[in-house]
Write a protein that binds this ligand. Structure first.
Ligand code: ATP
Length: 634
């Protein structure tokens, strides 16, 4: 592959010069600059740690050189003016703002789980209970704003942030405005993403533009794409003006009815925020009280037990085996998910069971292979390693939610055990069945080689057929805890964990130089043995993360590698990854149809054994990859 000589990369805007210790002079607070969170049109955002209280907040940094024009300063002042007085669980809290010689700083409540935009990229269409959960919180935030006579005017997935509890937080008040009663706004600086027809038609607009945007958001959450999307902007605008959209017939009547009301072409016909909040859609059906982190990348599991207030045991378990969620010593009482009455409950159960998980046939391998081929066919300018490590080249929002932090190869007898970065553990057995135990050590998933899933809790009596595999799982778990870097006790179970479906290891093999692991959510991970560099490639975010020798996590979008350049060292690995993906594709097809059924099948019978480097004499070989990745990275 021909390489262009290193040349300075053209950047749209110079990154801000940010001191490593930032001082809020007025309040005499010092912050340590932490990890880079991302950049927008104006701002670069970092984790900031209060040096006294140790609290971590998000710090938006805007270089003063970007605020030279009066209108830029006015816009920022207006944004802060509106945002600073707001206080609601579904609105990002603006904590403080201050400046130093170089920059203006705004400190905000930290939303460590990014935004609904990244969720959408990873998941596309969500289940209806998830769409209900997120939209309900958006509506609660909007209701609060509208009651204060504030229109947000730019509600979009990227402005709906998520904290560690996966609570929605409305942010970015750059286009927000206040309205007097009956006033209709005539001008709007900037183009809102989900622009309402009355804005396009310049008829004057008000609160109803936010309601329209909620309609677009609910549509995207349910169906995975915007209602008026087309190939060109003109066509999209024409569809908006003519109210041309269709609703897939997979949706429930209450979802269809609400979308139609929200996307009414005539603003006065749309419900106001209070009416939306009271809508049938939110009052019926399954409303999770909390969603697990895994739903950022995997469809949740809605077993029978999770859809009822009583948390009934899964089918096939007896009364005595039912799990009691109350009164478990040492555990927080778990909030019940909301289901209204018996009829609704039945419907919710039916809907939930219909939402059974279908893992894509090859878990995105061919898609990823195509992306890698495309990327490597392009000329990527050379880039010095240290330059590539600068914040401005990074896309930290694309960092995978899960990766394998430890693994133990015991495939000469049983299989491979691994720990995910959230401390959950799994085993891929030689017979291609999989088992997974969550970080709290409570929720157990068993996946047959046919991909059929079974859910249990560790407190219930498990089927005899599983005893041996669960024993092995525990064995792997304690081995990884004892012999590899100390993992610490898993956190206690939290509400919503019963809905978690964790990604599992699907296929793996070892070469002389690396172990190659493919997770069911599409992530391909390659750990290189010699220099301990690791790479995680995600087809859904179209990005690659390298964990370098200094244990830095460097995440690049494929598109940025082509425009900004790629260090030689990473380029070699990308080429290597492409051939490994090809091999995974071949392995995956050979795994299909294998007739191996026992847990400890002889080595030669495993369909994928040919590509595994099997250790002899029952030896375990393991690796703890990256012991300290920091909170943001998990
Ligand atoms: N409260 C927060 N917590 C965590 N990350 C945040 C927070 N606010 C912003 N970010 C991150 O910082 C990035 C830049 O923020 P934002 O998009 O608000 O900047 P901006 O320049 O105002 O954007 P825009 O161009 O959309 O107006 C976002 O992509 C997001 O990843």
């Amino acid at each position: 592959m021909s390489r262009q000589p290193a040349k300075p990369v053209r950047k749209e805007k110079a990154p801000p010069e940010v001191p490593s210790i930032i001082t809020d002079p007025e309040r005499n607070i010092q912050y340590d600059k932490g990890v880079f969170l991302g950049k927008g049109g104006f701002a670069h955002c970092y984790e900031l740690k209060n040096r006294t209280t140790k609290e971590i907040v998000a710090g938006k940094v805007v270089p003063k050189q970007l605020l030279v024009k009066q209108y830029q300063r006015d816009k920022m002042a207006q944004e802060v003016q509106i945002h600073r007085n707001l206080s609601h669980p579904n609105v990002v809290k603006l904590l403080n703002f201050f400046e130093d010689r170089l920059n203006v700083y705004i400190t905000l409540e930290l939303c460590a789980r990014r935004s609904l935009m990244e969720l959408h990229k990873r998941r596309k269409a969500l289940t209806e209970p998830e769409a209900r959960y997120f939209t309900n919180q958006i509506v609660e935030g909007v209701l609060y704003l509208h009651e204060l006579n504030i229109i947000h005017r730019d509600l979009k997935l990227g402005n709906l942030f998520l904290n560690d509890e996966l609570q929605v937080k409305i942010g970015d008040f750059g286009l927000a405005t206040t309205v007097e009663s009956g006033e209709r706004k005539r001008t709007l600086c900037g183009t809102p993403n989900y622009i309402a027809p009355e804005v396009l038609n310049k008829q004057g607009h008000s609160f109803e533009v936010d309601i329209w945007a909620i309609g677009c958001i609910l549509y995207i959450l349910l169906f995975g794409q915007p209602p008026f999307e087309s190939k060109s902007l003109e066509e999209t605008y024409s569809r908006i003006k003519n109210n041309m959209y269709s609703i897939p017939n997979t949706s429930s009547p209450s979802a269809v009815s609400l979308i139609r009301k929200l996307l009414d072409p005539t603003p006065v016909n749309r419900p106001n925020a209070r009416q939306v909040h009271r809508d049938h859609f939110f009052k019926t059906g399954f409303m999770p009280s909390r969603l697990p982190i895994s739903c950022l990348t995997m469809v949740p599991k809605f077993g029978r037990e999770t859809t009822t207030a009583e948390n009934l045991a899964p089918e096939g378990t007896s009364e005595g085996q039912q799990r009691s969620l109350q009164g478990r010593s040492g555990l927080q009482p778990i909030l019940h998910h909301r289901v209204t009455d018996n009829a609704d409950r039945e419907r919710a159960q039916q809907m939930a069971s219909e939402a059974t998980f279908r893992e894509p046939e090859d878990a995105y391998l061919s898609q990823l292979y195509g992306q890698m081929t495309n990327l490597l066919n392009k000329r990527m300018p050379d880039l010095a390693e240290e330059e590539a490590a600068l914040d401005d080249y990074q896309s930290p929002e694309c960092l995978p939610i899960f990766w394998i932090s430890k693994w133990v190869d015991y495939s000469d007898k049983y299989g491979i055990g691994y720990q995910l970065c959230d401390n959950s553990v799994g085993v891929l057995f030689n017979d291609n069945s999989r088992i997974m135990l969550d970080q709290a050590g409570n929720e157990l998933t068993y996946i047959e080689k046919t991909n059929k899933e079974h859910y249990y809790t560790m407190s219930q009596v498990l089927p005899n057929a599983l005893t041996k595999k669960v024993t092995l799982l525990k064995y792997f778990r304690s081995y990884m805890n004892d012999h590899l870097v100390k993992a610490g006790e898993g956190a206690g179970q939290r509400a919503g964990d019963d809905l978690a479906r964790l990604p599992t290891l699907r296929v793996w093999f070892r070469t002389k130089s690396a172990i190659v692991l493919h997770l069911s959510n599409g992530t391909v991970q390659i750990n290189f043995f010699t220099d301990h560099i690791k790479m995680m490639i995600c087809p859904l975010m179209q990005s690659v993360t390298f964990i370098d020798q200094q244990k830095r996590m460097l995440t690049y979008k494929f598109s940025n590698l082509t425009t900004n350049g790629c260090p030689q060292k990473f380029l070699h690995r990308l080429s290597y990854a492409k051939s490994m993906i090809e091999r995974l594709m071949n392995d995956t097809s050979s795994v299909k149809g294998t007739s191996i059924t026992t847990a400890n099948a002889p080595q030669g019978r495993s369909a994928s054994a040919s590509s595994r480097h099997l250790l002899q004499n029952g030896q375990m070989h393991g690796s703890a990859s990256v012991s300290n990745m920091g909170r943001n990275n998990c």
